[in-house]
Design a protein around this ligand. Structure first.
Ligand code: FMN
Length: 230
């Protein structure tokens, strides 16, 4: 079992990275192989909006994205952590999500993964951002499972001053291992979104992918076809 923790704060020992690390360490204690990915150390340019990922299955920018994408796709569990900047994930995380987002959502390639979203804020908004991060698992054809979220407002202190938040991060680390081991299905989770996908979106998306299967959507079609989804 492989769990990766991706954090995007420019503060290596800041609040967000601390909580992601605590969750990862606990996951390791419960038997997972874990890897921490500290996004600021990676070279990631902005998305150019070329749609190469949809047609070729690969980003045309030669930077660290492909290696990160591989780690993400090969993991069983993903912990995403970002500080809250203006009630949203910070730019480093947003850029990462943009870069992996389109192909990932169309193929629903994270549809069998377990996800945790973690965020910290000085005063307000961390819960919303933590939840927002879990959207990464939302594919058109299959959604991932949200093990949990942790959004904490630290009143401009360090999160280490709040043992209860550290404990919550650890508990999430344990829970994601249990979820993966037991293949927990979370059937009720996002039930209305799933219903909408089932009744409307899936059909619309299928039609659109089939229409462009020889060119603009070739890589997406090839992936879904191989998986017998389309
Ligand atoms: C550019 C910027 C924007 C921020 N926006 C907010 C905000 O909207 N609300 C808030 O409560 N805290 C805000 N903060 C504070 C951070 O969210 C908070 O200090 C967080 O815990 C930092 O995490 P880190 O230690 O992982 O870097 C902001 C901080 C920065 C640098």
């Amino acid at each position: 079992m492989k769990i990766i923790g991706i954090s995007s704060s420019p503060n290596y020992n800041g609040n967000t990275a601390t909580l992601v690390r605590e969750a990862l360490e606990e996951a390791k204690r419960y038997g997972a192989e874990v890897e921490e990915i500290y996004l600021p150390n990676y070279k990631l340019e902005y998305c150019k909006g070329c749609f190469n990922c949809l047609s070729k299955g690969k980003c045309m920018i030669n930077d660290d994205l492909e290696s990160l994408r591989k780690k993400l796709y090969e993991s069983d569990g993903i912990i995403l952590g970002s500080p809250s900047y203006g009630l949203a994930p910070n730019a480093i995380m947003k850029n990462f999500i943009d870069r992996i987002g389109l192909y990932t959502v169309y193929t629903s390639i994270l549809g069998d993964k377990y996800i945790i979203g973690i965020s910290t804020a000085g005063a307000a908004g961390a819960k919303k951002v933590a939840k927002n991060l879990t959207n990464i698992s939302g594919g058109f054809f299959k959604k991932g499972y949200i093990t949990g979220t942790l959004g904490v407002n630290v009143d401009w202190n360090h999160v280490n001053d709040y043992p209860k938040y550290i404990k919550k991060a650890k508990r999430l680390g344990e829970k994601i291992v249990n979820d993966i081991n037991s293949e927990k299905k979370y059937r009720i989770q996002g039930i209305f979104g799933k219903l909408l996908n089932h009744l409307v979106l899936k059909r619309v998306m299928k039609k659109n992918i089939l229409k462009h299967k020889d060119n603009k959507m070739k890589a997406v079609y090839d992936y879904l076809n191989e998986k017998d989804v389309i």
